[in-house]
Structures are given as C-alpha cells and as structure tokens.
Design a protein around this ligand. Structure first.
Ligand code: 5RP
Length: 226
C-alpha cells in the first residue's frame, strides 16, 4: 500500500484519540514532517475545542495559521495536553530517532512540555535497533568540525547536511554507522559534547503511544512499564 495512505491512516487514528480527550480547551503540541502534516490537515474539524497549538517548526506553524488554528509561543502556555509527531525510526520501547526534517530541538522541547506524546508513523519506521537511519545532531555552526571529530570518536560517520539551517540558526550533522544498543546513554553522551545543541534520539522522553500504519490497519503500541 502507498506510504502516503498509511500516513493518512495513522493521522486519522491519532485524531480520533485526541478527539476523545475530555477537554474543550485543548493545548496541542504539533510536530513536523509529512505524517504530522496529515494530522494538521485534520485539525480544522476540531477547531472549536482547540485553545492553542504550539508548533515544532516554522513550517508547521505556517500551515496551522493557514488553516485558521491558533498558534502560540510555548512560553505563553503551561504544560500541553498532547504532542503529535512522526518519527524516522522507532523501537519496541518507543525510543525514537527524529530530526529527518531538521526540527529535532524544537520537537524535543515540545515533547518534553507535553503530558502525552503520540507518535505516528508508517510501519516501515519500526526497527529492532535504532541507527540505520543516520542520527541527526544539531550543532552550533562554529562547533561543526569539532563535534564531527567527537562523533567519529564514538564510532559514527558524521555527514554535514549542507545547505540546511535549522529554525534556531544552527547546522545538522547526520551520523551514519551507529548501532544504538543503549539509546538512553547514547543520547546523554552526545548531548554532553560541547557545541551540540540537541540530538535526534528520543529515549529520555520516549513516545507514550506509537500508532503504526500498516496495510492491515493501525497498530497501537504502548510504552512498556519502566
Ligand atoms: C522532523 C521529524 C519527522 O517527524 C520525521 O523526519 C518523520 O518525517 P515524515 O513524517 O515526513 O516521515 O523528526 O524533524
């Protein structure tokens, strides 16, 4: 089945979950990417119950505004009810690699500020071990070469995503060749490198619910008990 149809199906499943929330003043965190965009395009049907949205990228914010949804700065609101976003890879513990769209830092902030994180993806994103998808790392521009050498020291092959500047004015290194057996410690290790703003591992704050679109339907995977 076409990947776009699977993305649409998981977006609809996430929309149904959010619709079931018992609130008429919903505070929604909204992700970035083609799957998140499918979800955003459903939101006009929920507009009367949405108090505000917080977007993880300028392009998602622009689409939300175009569709007539209220978009606010994260600093203007308290904790968000739920964050809905896609992923580049997901394992069975709902640890993720994100940042294929270069929005990882804001995605991580909005996920951290949300009570629930619903991750939506087509089934091709499910993996046993994270790392086949190159791990995005956002770096301060002057630290690019230094951080690349540090990433090389831990066994990765960093590649500068040339021509891309993040919404925060920084650069992206995509780290190839990592087999990430322990996502939590890898996330923390890379974050400790001077010049790193953020990396695309979501293990300290994994998803709470993973909705996976497959030709047979949408599978719901819950995070295992800690
Ligand atoms: C953007 C992301 C996206 O969620 C991720 O790249 C998946 O994108 P898509 O839904 O287009 O497959 O992390 O930074």
């Amino acid at each position: 089945m076409d990947q776009q149809i699977l993305k649409q199906k998981v977006a609809e499943a996430a929309f149904a979950r959010v619709t079931a929330y018992h609130s008429d003043h919903l505070l929604l965190g909204i992700g970035t990417g083609t799957t998140a965009e499918c979800f955003i395009r459903l939101l006009p049907d929920l507009k009367s119950r949405v108090e505000a949205t917080v977007a993880s990228s300028d392009r998602s914010a622009a689409l939300l505004v175009e569709l007539g949804l209220p978009v606010v700065d994260l600093n203007a609101v308290g904790p968000l009810d739920v964050y809905i976003d896609g992923a580049d890879e997901a394992n069975s513990r709902l640890h993720l690699i994100k940042g294929g769209g270069a929005a990882l830092t804001r995605e991580k902030i909005v996920a951290a500020a949300s009570r629930e994180f619903i991750c939506i993806a087509d089934v091709s994103k499910r993996v046993a071990t994270l790392g086949a998808f190159p791990l995005p790392v956002e770096v301060i521009p002057m630290a690019r070469s230094h951080v690349a050498r540090e990433l090389f020291q831990i066994g990765g092959q960093p590649v500068w995503r040339e021509g891309v500047t993040t919404d925060n004015g920084n650069l992206i290194l995509d780290v190839h060749g990592l087999e990430i057996e322990d996502p939590l410690s890898m996330e923390s290790r890379i974050n400790q490198m001077t010049g790193v703003v953020c990396n695309g591992l979501f293990a300290a704050r994994p998803a709470d619910v993973l909705l996976l679109g497959a030709p047979s339907g949408v599978e719901e995977v819950l995070a295992p008990a800690p």
